[in-house]
Design a protein around this ligand. Sequence first.
Ligand code: FAD
Length: 275
Amino acid sequence: MNFPISFEFFPPKTPEGADKLRLARRALYAYKPEFCSVTFGAGGSTQDGTFGTVGEILKEGVDAACHFSCVGATKATVRQQLAALQAMGVKRLVALRGDLPSGYGAGGEFHYASDLVAFIREFTGDAFHIEVAAYPEIHPQAKSADADLQAFAAKVRAGANSAITQYFFNADAYFRFVDDAKKMGLDVPVVPGIMPIISSTQLMRFSDACGAEIPRWIRLRLQGFGDDLASIKSFGLDVVTDLCDQLRSAGVPGIHFYTMNQSQATVEICKRLGR
Ligand code: FAD
């Protein structure tokens, strides 16, 4: 059975990284993504790399989504960046608040992603398909689960077309989020974001920072493998493929893979899913 998939990359920091990413993209394109997205460092720190990678993907004949974060930004710079993206032929954005690294003052003219979505709609009308972030396990800074759902609603009502979730390993959290959103009349597709398990330490680090919970049984098993990378990868492939299978059987609108700029694990999961 075919279902839409998309792949996320981050802008490479070195020419070697850029070459590796080109190879990874080539391997992943065989699975016919609906689009590929490129992250954007909060405060515009990766703007050149992000726009450059988005441009390469478009030239390769694949639809590209540019992540776009607004924390610390002014309306004037956002306007310029949107105009540049339109000139490049970008039609899809992932609109985010972002997180400024500690030490940066907050500043800026946007407080939340909903402000950015509203501004993009005001300034560019329907020029872009706008994706926003969703948090089935609740954003770490949210005052409460309900407040976070209201924040999601604000993004949809400001004009978002669809959403991609933070990664999770507990499908029930996703199903509950989607049900709650529907009850509020929010009918946009909510695509699960899926993180292949490539490295145990990296996963633990990311999850602590973004509030994605690693279930105890997964955490303990990964810890038990120690430095045995082959066992970590093999276990990770089983767990993540099962999760995708469960989501696909439930009729999710697509699956978005956080590839970490590596093709191997995502390719293997796509193969196991029969893509
Ligand atoms: P928002 O939706 O603005 O929410 C941020 C917090 O504020 C939440 O706790 C929310 O509950 C709260 N909130 C929102 N509105 C209100 C309100 N009116 N009153 C009170 N509280 C409110 N980060 C990057 O820097 N670059 C990227 O490219 C990037 N890509 C991402 C892609 C996906 C799919 C996801 C899920 C996350 C991504 N992130 C990225 C991380 C993201 O920037 C962080 O999670 C950030 O902390 C929140 O961004 P947001 O757009 O979800 O913010």
